[in-house]
Design a protein around this ligand. Structure first.
Ligand SMILES: [Zn+2]
Length: 266
């Protein structure tokens, strides 16, 4: 079940059909829905799962959780019969869905993607770009800022995860090798102008200029993440010292255990 300001009018019927998922989520937009009492839910907490319990939502917020709760006047009561009630998923890396791509940079594409992912329990996501000419990446950022300024059905758009173009040519994955390049302040300046829309940027930390980019991203409040990288461990460590905060699709398109030194010289 997924509640937004757009579908709240349909709450009593299709949203409670349980026909596509047993994982439920809420968005901040659920503030306008009636107070709800969920009975006999399998409750997912950060540290545990309670096989049975009741949960009450008042004014869009979780007001009470207990083994058994009584309905208050005006509550809409939903009997879950042991089905799972969980926080919504937050997906930080979404390129598209149903043949639609974030690179289309249109509200129609964004809405199709966000609606599709909401069906699986994702309540918020970051659309993700691919290595492309800079103006195409900026077009996605511009479109995303406009899109998230208005209410839409589906998962909430948090912003844009800029994946590339500063990757190792050794680890391009599905990205276009011809557009992969080293970061320079002049090249990434257009991206930093849209930092307010960026959730994170994936880059290869061993590239010349990468540490300066990581620091610039950090200064602009954008999370730097290592990926599509052929870094040695000391290069990765240096990036973390300079503010890199994580890695993107760990072990996929990145260097792994390998030899050097004496073994390399033979
Ligand atoms: Zn990737």
């Amino acid at each position: 079940m997924y509640l937004t300001t757009q579908n709240k009018a349909a709450i009593p019927a299709p949203c409670f059909g349980f026909d596509f998922s047993t994982v439920w989520g809420f968005t901040a937009a659920s503030i306008l829905v009636p107070n709800l009492l969920f009975k006999n839910a399998r409750l997912v907490f950060p540290d545990r799962i309670e096989p049975r319990g009741d949960l009450r939502v008042a004014d869009g917020r979780i007001a009470a959780v207990a083994p058994s709760l009584l309905a208050e006047p005006g509550d809409m009561v939903q009997e879950l019969g042991g089905r799972t009630l969980a926080p919504g998923f937050i997906d930080m890396h979404v390129h598209g869905a149903l043949g639609r791509d974030a690179m289309e940079a249109t509200p129609e594409a964004f809405e199709a993607i966000c609606q599709y992912h909401a069906r699986g329990g994702t309540t918020a996501l970051a659309l993700t770009t691919v290595t492309a000419p800079m103006e195409e990446i900026v077009a996605v950022l511009r479109a995303a800022e406009h899109y998230r300024s208005e209410p839409h059905d589906g998962a909430q758009l948090l912003g844009v995860h800029v994946e590339g173009p500063y990757f190792s040519p050794e680890k391009p994955g599905a990205h276009r090798v011809g557009l992969i390049r080293n970061p320079t302040p002049a090249d990434y300046a257009p991206l930093l102008e849209w930092a307010r829309v960026m959730t994170q940027m994936t880059l290869a930390p061993e590239l010349p200029g990468a540490l300066a980019l990581i620091e610039a991203l950090r200064a602009h409040g954008v999370r730097a993440s290592g990926g599509h990288s052929d870094a040695w461990d000391e290069e990765a460590c240096a990036a973390f010292v300079h503010g890199m905060e994580g890695v993107t699709h760990a072990f996929n398109c990145m260097s792994t255990a390998r030899r050097r030194g004496m073994n390399e010289a033979r």
